[in-house]
Ligand binder design. Sequence first.
Ligand SMILES: Cc1cc2nc3c(=O)[nH]c(=O)nc-3n(C[C@H](O)[C@H](O)[C@H](O)COP(=O)(O)OP(=O)(O)OC[C@H]3O[C@@H](n4cnc5c(N)ncnc54)[C@H](O)[C@@H]3O)c2cc1C
Length: 370
Amino acid sequence: MNLSYWEERHYFEDNDLVVIGAGIVGLSTAIAAKVAKPSMKILVLERSSLPTGASTKNAGFACFGSVTELVSDSDHMTYEEQVALIQMRWEGLELLQSNVSKAELSYKGRGGIEVLDPEDDIQMSALDQINRYNRMVVDAIGKQECFSIIDQTLSSSFYRQAIYNQYEGELNPMNMMTALYKKAVNMGINLLYGQEVKSIESGALQLANKLVKAPIIAICTNGLSKSLLPKLPLQAVRNQVYITEVIQDNPLQSCYHYDQGYIYFREIDGRILIGGARNLYHQQETTSEFGQTDNLKEYLQSFVEEKILCRKTQFEYQWSGILGVGESKAPIIKEVQEGIFVGVRLGGMGIAIGSGVGKKLSEMIVATNY
Ligand SMILES: Cc1cc2nc3c(=O)[nH]c(=O)nc-3n(C[C@H](O)[C@H](O)[C@H](O)COP(=O)(O)OP(=O)(O)OC[C@H]3O[C@@H](n4cnc5c(N)ncnc54)[C@H](O)[C@@H]3O)c2cc1C
């Protein structure tokens, strides 16, 4: 790097905290640390010219669990753990809205619908469990009658009944990240894009051709963390997303989940966004490589044509994002080595829990005597 005296001083000297990754967690961590300790000098390093993991690639569901997802979680989580997870998701969404206004997020609280395949006994059994999960939501966040049964709202015969969640919302992920970026800059946080961190050690990190001193490092690289911390119990998985042409008489009214949320679709600007299905192509989608595949694309296209629209359509936009998952649904928020902190493994819930993960990480950082 050919840095002037001013550039060197501005970006690289005397930093108290260097955050790696400018996704929702990286920016939330930097913002929360600066709020807690305004004198902190903070630098955020992002490897790409745009944030390139999941925070601007996701589907924009501000959600805290469909009933079939909660039923499936109950196989490996206690009631109390599930309550705590709903709480974390709800409080994270509230925290996000305290950082960034609903208008900036383009937030719409249109509710969410989980559609159930009448041929699938496990999915249909969710209908009998609504009361249990309504109680769970009350125990978690005090909101009554979260889930209710509604009759089918699509013209196809794909489903007869569905579960409506009145508290679910949707937002524009790019607007969310732009607002967080502006907030960080306005607070005096420095951000540098196009700077990939190659390795870290206590007190320093290595860029392509520069060693940067960093008394405290926060790793917020989620599904892409393995290159920096190979031993983290975290798996990178890909999610592909597609958007159709503008649909005349679009039957979708808000956002929809199917099959534990593995498939998700929503109305966006008169089009249909659909994504997911990674569980059906498990091996293929367990990767940190971006990209689309014909098999998954064809599956999602048939889903839209046969189950939602009952006619042909075309995809006009397509992309993928990488998320970090693990055996546990809980994120990893901890100090892994002296002065090196991580906030990763947000699964498919990063919009909901990202702000909270950043806040918790910042509290651990600020509490250290750097
Ligand atoms: C297609 C898709 C749909 C999703 N839909 C939803 C949804 O509807 N609702 C929801 O709540 N969640 C959803 N998620 C999950 C959510 O988007 C993520 O959990 C969340 O964005 C994770 O944020 P993050 O900041 O931890 O990671 P990321 O957004 O992945 O940010 C990490 C950043 O670190 C950078 N980075 C990586 N390595 C380095 C390095 N060595 N040096 C410098 N920078 C580096 C990356 O470029 C990236 O910008 C979805 C995810 C995907 C992929």
